[in-house]
Ligand binder design. Structure first.
Ligand code: HSE
Length: 432
């Protein structure tokens, strides 16, 4: 029933310029071909990929339609019939320049680029507002999970104060398989690379940068205040050992790379770190390369969304949904304007409270526990649980603390390092 009905502009041709034909770009192209008729039936949009910019000739598929591919951006930006430019090339400099030029030349834009938005988002959103252009970015966070739409639209009255996310599939895959005792960090990472779950250079994933950029985007939307990548304190999973994961399991916890964005006393706190989650926490059940975002708000209690967070086809669904949304929105409206309408301060990192997991090698002698407990007591760090395993005249001591301020905890750990009984630098992880 095209061409009739609900007052929409039916069977409207919408031509798209696609920047990049890597994993996501190729998936976007194929998904648009595959779903063309269904999209037309369902939305009245006759979606066509008019041009694809790809400078790497080896990525151009054999048998591609004549004239579809170009290595010249001007063939897209100078074409008045192209309404929407989709950026899936990654990186920040060229991508910024393409989107900036496209918006100045009257195009609406869609991007999947979290690093770009988390570092130079403000300039792009300001330009979109000034030029009255759409800048959509659903695919930048958590692949197929429609978290941007949900947070910007559905949660507008939710009073969000906390966003916890498992927003990196590579690290969740590695930690899931370590939890299942299938190998140590290096073994599972190698397997993830063989299976194509992890990049050949996995630094941005395992080091926490990728999750930090995504959390900066989510926090900016949740709290309506700009958070950039520089504002996110992050650490990765490179130092998490199989022994840590096994101890955590013995104590009833799962280790995950967690993004934590919170409003604390009116200040914004955004961090990414490997953390212990109680096995009954909803995020503890997110396995393999899946992602999840767990929201808490005054009006909603708790809401969690989960699903595939990476991969070409799942991510392409988010890109296509942005294209269709733009095509069906006449007025750029509030979804065009940046959601950051206020400027909140940041809550000091050293004041944030959390419980901690500590693993330390100590001498197995009378009085050692008393010395450590006394240092902790001096800094108001209270011990909640403990496991000790002997190894000759040394022991491995694993402690879980009650919630404590970062500043007090760091001071206590620093002081234990001066004790003769403590044999090495303790491993510490936060507990959510
Ligand atoms: N490399 C990311 C991940 C997906 O492993 O989740 C793209 O952001």
């Amino acid at each position: 029933m095209t061409g009739e009905g609900n007052g929409m502009d039916r069977d409207r041709v919408v031509r798209v310029g696609l920047l990049g034909f890597g994993t996501i770009g190729a998936s976007v192209y194929r998904l648009i071909q595959k779903e063309h008729d269904r999209i037309l039936e369902g939305t009245g949009v006759d979606l066509q990929v008019a041009k694809v910019l790809e400078i790497d000739a080896t990525k151009v598929p054999a048998g591609a339609p004549e004239g579809l591919f170009t290595d010249d951006f001007s063939q897209i930006v100078d074409d008045p019939t192209i309404e929407i430019v989709v950026e899936v090339i990654g990186g920040t400099d060229a991508a910024f320049s393409f989107l900036d030029t496209a918006m100045r030349r009257g195009k609406n834009v869609v991007t999947a680029n979290k690093q770009l938005l988390a570092t130079r988002g403000e300039a792009l959103f300001t330009l979109a507002r000034d030029e009255k252009r759409h800048l959509r970015f659903e695919a930048s966070v958590a692949g197929a999970i429609p978290i941007i739409k949900v947070m910007r639209e559905s949660m507008i009255a939710a009073g969000l104060h906390t966003v916890y996310g498992i927003v990196n599939g590579t690290t969740n895959y590695i930690l899931t398989h370590m939890y299942n005792d299938e190998g140590d960090y290096a073994e599972i990472l190698a397997r993830a690379q063989e299976l194509g779950y992890a990049e050949a250079d996995p630094t941005a994933d395992v080091g926490g940068d990728d999750a930090a950029a995504k959390m900066a985007i989510l926090a900016s939307i949740a709290f309506h205040s700009r958070v950039t990548l520089r504002d996110v304190a992050f650490s990765g999973i490179e130092n998490v050992t199989l022994a840590d994961v096994r101890y955590a399991k013995d104590l009833g916890f799962v280790v995950k790379l967690v993004g934590a964005a919170r409003l604390i006393e009116g200040g914004v706190s955004v961090r990414v770190f490997p953390a212990l989650l109680p096995q009954e926490h909803p995020l503890a059940a997110i396995h393999g390369s899946n992602n999840a975002v767990f929201l808490q708000g005054e009006a909603i209690g708790e809401v969690m969304l989960m699903g595939p967070g990476a991969g070409g086809v799942p991510t392409a669904t988010a890109v296509v949904s942005d294209i269709i949304s733009i095509a069906n929105t006449k007025d750029v409206g509030f979804l065009q304007s940046c959601s950051c309408y206020r400027s909140l301060g940041f809550y000091p990192a050293e004041e944030v409270e959390s419980a901690f997991f500590i693993k330390m090698d100590v001498a197995d002698q009378a009085g050692v526990l008393a010395q450590i407990a006394s240092v902790f007591a001096e800094h108001s760090v209270s011990i909640a649980r403990m496991i000790q395993k002997g190894r000759g005249d040394e022991a491995e001591l694993v402690l879980i603390t009650h919630p404590t301020r970062e500043r007090d905890f760091s001071a206590a750990i620093e002081q234990t390092r001066g004790l003769v009984c403590c044999k090495s630098r303790p491993m510490t992880l936060r507990v959510l």
